[in-house]
Write a protein of this length. Sequence first.
Length: 328
Amino acid sequence: MSRSVPKINFDFLVAEPTPAPKLSPNVLTALEATDMTDSPATEFARPFPALTPSQRLHLDIYGYVVIENAIDDDLTARLLAKAFELEDDFRRTGKIIHPSCFMTGESREFFRVDNLPHVDPCFLEYVADPYLVALAEEAVGAEVRLEQSDIHIRRPLPDGHEGRYGFHRGAGTRLCYQQGGLFNCQFVKTLTNLTDLGPDDGGTTVIAGTHKMTDVSHDALISAVAEDPSLIHHVVAPAGSTLLFFEALMHSAGIIKTGKDRVLIIGGYTPTNFAPWVGYDPDPAFVAQLPEHLVPLITGSKRFQTGSRIRPLDAPAEAKPVRETSSV
């Protein structure tokens, strides 16, 4: 059933006299969160469960699961184009588009822009995608808020520089729990590659199963993996595929052995009662333009009134929401 939602005015995103970006049909579709039920238009509908039993089992055992083609080709292309546009603009002007955004990588080999929803409608469309949010909620075990967001362009290191892994994690024992026999973590990420990833293209790497070893020291895990590198798993997937993983899992950027650019976008999610990561607070002017049903996702306004997303393993997945294809 189609629903109408107020059009969002993005004038505050872009300094005058540049015209504000126009919302594509896909943005409107994402904000509508169209469902097959007769639920009200203000509801942010998303599937639950979103993962099939085999996908949920893979996530539980290894700490991650790759969902191929999680977003469509149109959104993938727009996100990729916007990433290169941001880099080109920064190289030309030395500035980024919105004061609420910031950068944690400015080099040719590592370009990164953080706090994305303010920058362009396609980024809001990504972090508020009903299917991706549903994946995150299932891994957390509760309704979520946007904790952080960033887009990366990674390139091979200059000749003579050997790449190395930088394994790390962003969640410890206190953020992890089991319920219904399944593992959950209160900080998870959806990492979507916007370029095709072959075996040597530097896809994200993880040390499989380490989400359940948060009390084991970093050095001990790295030493064990050195004895058996097959424990390091690399993402190999077509553009538009999403790596869903627990932040308790040891992970690292991959090592690019080809000459290809690697472009990716990340949404980090936590329960609604969490504060955003340092520097990722949403701009009040931006929040004021959001439809009501997206405010809890962007701001965490539900706080402790969050809903559960605990599922039994054998529950079948609900259908993935179908979105219109943009003509933009």
